[in-house]
Structures are given as C-alpha cells and as structure tokens.
Design a protein around this ligand. Sequence first.
Ligand SMILES: [Ca+2]
Length: 333
Amino acid sequence: MAQTRIILDTDIGTYYDDAVAVMFAAQSPELIVEGVTTCYGDTHLRAQIAAKVLEISGRSDIPVFKGIGVPMRDEALMFGFEGDGILEPGEEPAYEEQHAVDFMIETIMNNPGEITVVTLGTVSNIAHAIIKEPKVVDNIKELIMMAGVIVPIVDEKGVRRSPIEEYNFNNDKIAAELVLRSGMPMSLIPIDVTLGAPLLDEDLERIRTSDSPTAKLATKIFDLWPPQEKLIYTAVGIPTDHTALWLHDPLTVMHAFDRTLMQTYPLHIEAEYNASPVEFEMYIHNTNGKQDMLRTNPKKLPPNMDVALEVDGVAVSRLFADRLIAPVGNGVA
Ligand SMILES: [Ca+2]
C-alpha cells in the first residue's frame, strides 16, 4: 500500500474533534504520521494532550512538537474543555524539544515532494515555516486545511445553519492570508462541507459499545461535549437545535489518503475582510474592538487551490467508526 506521509497540525483540546482526529490518524494504516504539531493558545498543554492521546492509541512512536500559540496580531483566544477527560490531574506527558516550525521545515526540506501537512486549527505554524524557509512552498507535497467557508448553509426557512466566517482562519488571520497567497499546492476543506459529516447514531453506538482504548476515550470525550457545543453555536448565532458530533477534523485527515469521500473543484480563493453581521461576545472578535472578519471568497481567476464542495457523510461516519473501534496498532502498516 502506498502510504501518505503527513504532519498533523492541531489545536487539540479546545474542541472535541481534534482528539478523535489524532486517534483516527494513528489508527489509519494508509498514513505515516511523521509528527503531531500543536498550534493556537496554550500549545504546551495541547502537546501534552496530544502525547497522551497517542499513548492511549498505542502510538507513542509518533513524536509531538509544540508550535506557535500567539496569532500574528491581537486576535482573541477561544475557550474550550482543554483536555478534560484526557489528562489526569497533575499528569504531564512528555513531548519533543524541537519547535514545531523547525520540525515542519526540516521534515519538508529533507523529503522534497513527500510531505503533506494537514492543519486542523490556525495555520500559524505553516505560515511561520514559510517565513523562516520560503522553499517549503516548493518542497511540500500538499497542504490540506480544515478552514474557511465557501457556501454558507441557509435552510429552506432562510435560517443560517453555518457560520459565514470560519474560526481556524479567523484565529490567526494574517497567517491565513499569507498561506492562502503562498502558491503552494493546497486543498481547502471548508466548514460548510464538514457540516455535512456528522457522526451518525449507529456509528456512535458502535463506538460506545466497543472495548478498544480509542473508542473508550472517544466515548468519554463525546459525553463531555454537548454543553460546550451549545455555547459555541450560540456565540456564532446558529440555532442550538442544529448541533451534532461533527467530524470536521477527522474528515480533513481522511482527505490525505481517500479522495473518494469529497468532491473537490479547482477554484481561486481570495482572503478578504468584511465587517461581521454577528455580535461576537465570546470569541473571534479582535481585542481592538474591531470586528473585521476574514472571508474566503471564490473569484473568477486562475485556480489557486482545490476546494471541497460536497461530502459523502455516511461513508465518512462509517470509516471514522471503523478506525476508532479497530484494535490498537491498526495504524501500523
Ligand atoms: Ca481543530
């Protein structure tokens, strides 16, 4: 089997789906996970959480690197459950000393055309890598990002069912602009598409009734999540009845090795700023009081990336559960 070599860059801890995405990657034999890097906020704590999740997945062979926590300007930081249900009180799992940005540069430059970087949070680390070593743009195989909004979802009653601006890009807008204009090979997996991939009830049940360590941890995390989900949805102005266990981040990892799950189209995506129509009290507002939000708008220009526009949600949910209930070690080909 031809394996895809990835660096998995994550803001694990704040939202449930990064932790399960790391487990999904660790359990997927199609992938060689060269390393897990952390971004956004307390990247030290996130690295500890990632190391613990990999240990539970039987994959302590995958190294973890702490990355950039501070956005390039004064974006507000989002709250979350920050590892509840994962780290025991006082537990401090170890991770590598090398900085995530240096690890990214070294791995990409030593393996030209081989390394796919998958970002599940801000794109701060890859942006800093480009600044420090511009040649990563020519030597990376592909950058796959869970980020952006291309076609905001509005239901038949005219009620908005997705954000208009997406959190990962807006938590480090300058980094997002830099990466979007970098010219490197990119795939964008926007939130209007990932909202088409909830974990289905029958697959959640398969996970709940499994004895595998990854399924048990996922069950614990899923049980903790619903109150947080409601807070976040309220904060971005979406009716709270429209919540589910969305597989935003696992779906993005899947794209690294399976191109049948989503339909992508080559488009030109431009980073543009707009005033937000929504009052943001809890997150994605700037501390300078301005509410200029980065939007990812398609333009009639030569394509600069592949963009996912449709997803097979049933297949995604099934594959996700298959891997979470698989015996530990399933990811070692
Ligand atoms: Ca994430």
